[in-house]
Design a binder for this molecule. Structure first.
Ligand SMILES: NC(=O)c1ccc[n+]([C@@H]2O[C@H](COP(=O)([O-])OP(=O)(O)OC[C@H]3O[C@@H](n4cnc5c(N)ncnc54)[C@H](O)[C@@H]3O)[C@@H](O)[C@H]2O)c1
Length: 385
């Protein structure tokens, strides 16, 4: 089942790490550490093999993919030996990258995106193409009447003004051309009533939002523990310091607000109340793609006795995100092949701000994900690794 993975933001850190990782897995140069679809509970015949993934994408910058990969290797995000071993494979993906369409009305640009997607599918004889947004986080868009109604949206897109933020324009182009869409970012993407109606009308599956790779991953394990032990969380404050393109972009207050919003849901919806405190994000260029998150939790036990928990997380963001991007592409492709459409709420396991579900506990999300995998595999046992 040859399956396309179309990365929006294809020359960024997460995309480049996903591409190098997929090529290295296909060449047998690395193992699938971090890819949850290779665990016995999820592996199975419905998922496209890594060797069947064909990669392409859009970006607004033209930095050669090989240069981007070398830069990531130089700072320790990727092993340099893998980048050095895959020059032809990287050149092959480079040929599948397209500039983000920038001319004409948004309707013209959406048509150009859809053309790039169908050409990619037809050129490679792909069963399907999953579009995955890993581009820079955007601020929330200004409201527009077209956001609520597909017909009004279609008409507004032909006008001179930009009605949709880029993530939503890609989502519009993808779903109206029949391609599944996954949003790994906190941007708006498909989260507009008009776009969801269009996705439903075109019977495509979609998933999001905002990959859960660090501080929020820990919150989704620790907050259920406090709830299950009937301990009262009085405050939960966190600071995330990061560099890289994502960090630089999140220095923008609008993008920062979108990210902070998606990080906050887990506590309120897991505990049933919102403790004091907030999550802050700071840009430290020196840290590059390596993030430090420091959290302080104060909580009360029996008789009101006060206690505290502190943790520090040092993660390499792209190395944590890239295997999940490949997992999401494989699972969404399998869901599409099985005829599923609408929001794939069982993929909440992967997201900070999951669509249409308040299940935030990682353990509950894992159970639901395993159920989905079993259904997709039709009850077939996972093949041996
Ligand atoms: N790394 C993680 O752990 C993680 C976790 C959750 C979410 N994310 C999200 O993933 C996204 C990517 O992160 P990154 O570290 O790769 O960032 P990055 O800055 O390295 O890459 C973003 C890429 O998007 C491109 N881009 C910007 N606007 C575009 C447009 N309109 N069309 C096409 N491409 C466009 C940029 O040119 C750049 O190449 C961010 O939104 C980030 O918040 C990352």
């Amino acid at each position: 089942m040859r399956t396309g993975v179309w990365l929006v933001g294809a020359r960024g850190s997460v995309a480049t790490t996903s591409i190098v990782g997929a090529l290295a897995l296909r060449a047998g140069l690395t193992g699938p550490t971090g890819c949850v679809t290779e665990l016995p509970e999820l592996r199975g015949p419905a998922l496209p093999a890594f060797a069947d993934l064909v990669l392409g994408g859009h970006d607004v910058v033209a930095t050669p993919l090989a240069k981007r990969a070398e830069a990531l290797a130089a700072v320790g995000v990727l092993p340099g030996r893998l980048v050095a071993a895959l020059p032809e494979e990287l050149a092959g993906v480079e040929r599948e990258l397209r500039p983000a369409p920038g001319d004409g009305s948004q309707a013209d640009r959406a048509a150009a995106i859809a053309r790039d997607l169908t050409d990619f599918r037809d050129r490679h004889g792909l069963a399907r193409v999953v579009v995955v947004n890993v581009s820079a986080t955007e601020p929330a868009p200004r409201p527009h009447p077209g956001h609520a109604d597909p017909a009004a949206l279609r008409a507004a897109l032909t006008g001179p003004d930009d009605v949709l933020p880029p993530s939503s324009l890609y989502a519009y182009a993808a779903v109206t051309a029949g391609f599944p869409y996954v949003d790994f970012t906190p941007s708006t993407g498909l989260r507009l009533p008009a776009l969801r109606a269009l996705a439903d009308a075109h019977r495509v599956p979609y998933a999001g939002h905002d990959g859960k790779t660090g501080e929020t991953l820990l919150k989704s394990v620790l907050a259920p523990m406090f709830a299950m032990r009937h301990l009262t969380v009085r405050s939960w404050s966190g600071i995330n310091l990061l560099g890289g393109g994502d960090g630089a972009n999140l220095a923008d207050p609008g993008a920062n607000a979108a990210k902070v919003h998606s990080k906050q849901r887990v506590l309120g919806e897991t505990l049933g109340y919102l403790p004091q405190g907030d999550t802050r994000i700071g840009y430290v260029e020196e840290l590059g793609d390596f993030k430090t998150a420091w959290d302080l939790v104060t909580f009360a036990g029996f008789l009101g006795t006060g206690m505290r928990l502190e943790f520090t997380w040092h993660g390499c963001d792209s190395a944590l995100a890239a295997p999940l991007v490949l997992d999401l592409a494989r699972l969404t492709a399998a869901a599409h092949a099985a005829g599923l459409s609408g929001p794939l709420t069982e993929l909440a396991f992967f997201f900070k701000d999951p669509l249409d579900t308040t299940a935030h506990s990682l353990a509950d999300q894992w159970t639901r994900l395993c159920d989905l995998a079993r259904r997709l595999h039709g009850g077939a046992d996972a093949p041996p690794s």
